[in-house]
Design a protein around this ligand. Structure first.
Ligand SMILES: NC(=O)c1ccc[n+]([C@@H]2O[C@H](COP(=O)([O-])OP(=O)(O)OC[C@H]3O[C@@H](n4cnc5c(N)ncnc54)[C@H](OP(=O)(O)O)[C@@H]3O)[C@@H](O)[C@H]2O)c1
Length: 216
C-alpha cells in the first residue's frame, strides 16, 4: 500500500517502522527537515515533504499530528480536494491532559468530526488504545497472546486495508463496527491515559479475564 503520514512524531515513527518493509511510505509535515529526518531514519525508499505531498502520495493517509492540529493539518494537506476518496487513518486521542476527559465535537467523536469535515474520505479509527512504545514491540504480545487492536469505520474496503496494516504491526485486528463506535474508543483511551499518567498499570486493569477462564 502507499501510505502518507501527516506528522513525524512518536506514533508516525512507531507505525512507519513496522510498515516500511512491506509498504511504500511518505513522511509529510509542516517542517520539511523533521520529515526528512524521520524518512532517512526509516530507510532510503521513504519519501518526505509537505502535508499535501504526503496526502497526495498516500492511498492511506495517517493523521499523526497532535489531536489539536488535525483539522489545520488536513487543510494544509489540501482538504477535500486532495483527501476525498482516501483512507484516512485516525490514530488520535482528543484527550485533555488537564482532566483526562475525551473531547466531544458537538456530541460526536473526533473521527466522526473528521469524516464530517472531509465527507468523501473513508475514515477508520485504530491504534489509539495503546501508547507508541507498544506499537514498537516486536511483536506486541502480552502473556504470549497477540495484542488485539479494535478498529471502526463506515467503509468496508477501507477497514479491510486497515486490518492488513494492524496485522503488519503483529497484532490481531478486531472490527468493532461503524465509525460511530469511535465515540467509545476515544474515552476508553482517555481512561487508559489517566491511569498511565497517575502511575498505574493499564496492562493489569484491562486484562480482565485470563484465556482459560470462561466468561459467563
Ligand atoms: N504517543 C502515544 O503513545 C500515542 C498513542 C496513541 C495515540 N496517540 C495519538 O497520536 C497522535 C500523535 O501523537 P504523537 O505521540 O506521535 O505526537 P508527537 O510525537 O508529539 O508528534 C506530534 C506531531 O504533530 C505535529 N504538529 C503539532 N502541532 C502541529 C500543527 N499546529 N500543525 C501541524 N503539525 C503539528 C508535530 O510537528 P512539529 O514537530 O513540527 O510540531 C509532530 O509531527 C496524537 O493525537 C495522540 O493523541 C499517541
Amino acid at each position: 500500500m502507499k501510505i502518507g503520514f501527516i506528522g513525524y512524531g512518536n506514533m508516525a515513527e512507531a507505525l512507519a517502522s513496522k510498515w516500511v518493509e512491506k509498504h511504500s511510505l511518505f513522511i509529510g509535515g509542516r517542517n520539511k527537515e523533521k520529515a526528512e529526518s524521520l524518512a532517512k531514519k526509516l530507510g532510503e525508499s521513504v519519501g518526505f515533504g509537505s502535508e499535501k505531498e504526503a496526502a497526495t502520495f498516500g492511498e492511506v493517509v495517517v493523521l499523526a499530528t497532535t489531536h489539536e492540529a488535525v483539522f489545520d493539518a488536513m487543510e494544509a494537506a489540501g482538504g477535500s480536494d486532495v483527501l476525498a476518496g482516501k483512507v484516512l487513518l485516525d490514530i488520535n486521542n482528543p484527550v485533555e491532559l488537564s482532566d483526562f476527559l475525551a473531547k466531544s465535537y458537538d456530541g460526536i467523536s473526533l473521527s466522526e468530526a473528521i469524516a464530517k469535515a472531509i465527507p468523501n474520505a473513508r475514515v477508520v479509527k485504530a491504534f489509539n488504545m495503546c501508547q507508541a512504545k507498544v506499537w514498537q514491540m516486536n511483536p506486541p504480545k502480552f502473556d504470549d497472546r497477540p495484542l488485539v487492536v479494535m478498529y471502526c469505520g463506515d467503509d468496508a474496503q477501507a477497514k479491510q486495508q486497515v486490518a492488513v496494516l494492524i496485522e503488519d504491526v503483529g497484532c490481531e485486528a478486531k472490527d468493532i463496527g461503524d465509525l460511530k463506535y469511535s465515540r467509545m474508543l476515544e474515552p476508553a483511551a482517555a481512561i487508559v491515559i489517566k491511569l498511565l499518567f497517575s502511575g498505574h498499570s493499564a496492562y493489569t486493569v484491562l486484562n480482565l479475564i485470563q484465556p482459560e477462564v470462561k466468561a459467563i
